[in-house]
Design a protein around this ligand. Structure first.
Ligand code: HEM
Length: 125
């Protein structure tokens, strides 16, 4: 693992694993999000672990498994409204707290995910 990355600083894959589990537990119970997500989130969570590992400076496992990220394009089949973006980010905010990720990493992670979530919107409310 490269040194000086957010991935390494927060504790590597174990921390990503905990974060993603805490996140999808909330997604799976959020009335604004369940209509667009599969009922079984196992595979979704697996891909997200690979993606966030890569996104925060760890090994490029997402690209190895799935190819070029193209995140906006992969989200086009789903109606992502401003409300759903806010719901997604609220789930992530709570998951970051549950995982105990501390500053300055917590804010750095949340800011990067906020920008990406904004980019994912493709439908008005
Ligand atoms: C996949 C929703 C933002 C990363 C998905 C899927 C949905 C979704 C419905 C498909 C799940 C499946 O079929 O397994 C949303 C919503 C967002 C959002 C409502 C609100 C803005 C983001 C952001 C990221 C992200 C900000 C990354 C920083 C991913 C990844 C996948 C995915 C990695 C799996 C893609 C693949 O198939 O390889 N998302 N997403 N999403 N999302 Fe999001």
């Amino acid at each position: 693992t490269k040194t000086g990355t957010i991935y390494e600083a927060i504790g590597g894959f174990d921390t990503i694993d905990t974060l993603v589990t805490a996140f999808y537990k909330r997604v799976g119970n959020h009335p604004k999000l369940t209509p667009i997500f599969p009922e079984d989130l196992t595979e979704t969570a697996r891909k997200q672990r690979l993606f966030l590992t890569q996104f925060f400076g760890g090994p490029k496992w997402y690209t190895e498994d799935r190819g070029h990220p193209m995140m906006r394009r992969r989200h086009l089949p789903f109606e992502i409204t401003p409300e759903r973006r806010d719901a997604w980010l609220a789930c992530m905010d709570a998951a970051l707290t549950e995982t105990g990720i501390e500053e300055p990493y917590r804010s750095a992670i949340f800011e990067k995910l906020t920008m990406t979530a904004h980019h994912m919107m493709n439908t008005p409310d």
